[in-house]
Design a protein around this ligand. Structure first.
Ligand SMILES: C[S@@+](CC[C@H](N)C(=O)[O-])C[C@H]1O[C@@H](n2cnc3c(N)ncnc32)[C@H](O)[C@@H]1O
Length: 195
């Protein structure tokens, strides 16, 4: 059985570097990807929905939770040059790609790091995530419990088929967070969450 996942800390899948294009109304970038990271073949449609839906990022500290090869972090860094973007991921190969992609587009305000490297007292003006649904419900809830309370607002994109509505209910009913569905497009929901 193949037990490899895009959220493995050290992917063992043989490397096969490639480039994908992220085209948005306001900018287009080429990004390096590789096997062993999430959506290596093309920019995930949910990620594109998130990036075309959210309002312009505020200044200050921003967080890309589960950055993968960095499409969200890179766009935040370019859209808000005065901000500082933390791009965090458990997958070392993804972190390497995100670091290279931020450098390649000149987004020097992006810091790529393992989750444990983020200073514990840091709070975020905004959090952005295409969350790792595949880690399982309990792990996902644990992850959101760690990061969402540290951000003024969290913007999340979740596929309807992967439980966007039940996740929204859990955040609202079990955690008491304010949850608004700001967009529903191509089978994805974009949620605005405030703790
Ligand atoms: C659905 S992917 C999104 C990747 C990227 N943001 C994108 O839009 O293409 C979720 C990412 O979360 C990462 N992840 C899984 N568990 C995590 C954790 N505990 N802390 C931070 N990132 C995690 C995975 O490795 C994966 O790269």
């Amino acid at each position: 059985m193949d037990t490899r996942h895009y959220f493995d800390a050290e992917p063992t899948t043989a490397s096969a570097p490639r480039t994908v294009t992220l085209a948005l109304p306001d900018l287009t970038v080429s990004l390096a990807t590789d096997r062993g990271v999430f959506s290596a073949e093309h920019v995930d449609p949910g990620t594109k929905v998130l990036l075309t839906t959210v309002p312009p990022p505020p200044g200050g500290e921003l967080l890309d939770l589960g950055c993968g090869y960095g499409p969200i972090a890179v766009v935040l860094g370019l859209r808000a040059p005065a901000s500082h973007v933390w791009a965090i991921d458990v997958n070392a190969r993804a972190r390497g790609l995100a670091t290279a992609n931020a450098a390649a587009v000149g987004a020097s305000n992006v810091s790529v790091a393992a989750p444990g490297a983020v200073p514990a007292d840091l709070r975020f003006a905004a959090l952005y995530t295409n969350p790792p649904i595949r880690i399982g419900k309990l792990e996902l809830h644990r992850l959101l419990d760690i990061w969402v309370p540290r951000a003024m607002v969290s913007w999340m994109v979740v596929s309807k088929h992967l439980g966007a509505d039940s996740l929204a209910r859990w955040m609202h009913d079990e955690r008491g967070w304010s949850v608004a569905r700001v967009a529903s497009r191509v089978s994805y929901r974009v949620l605005e969450v405030r703790p």
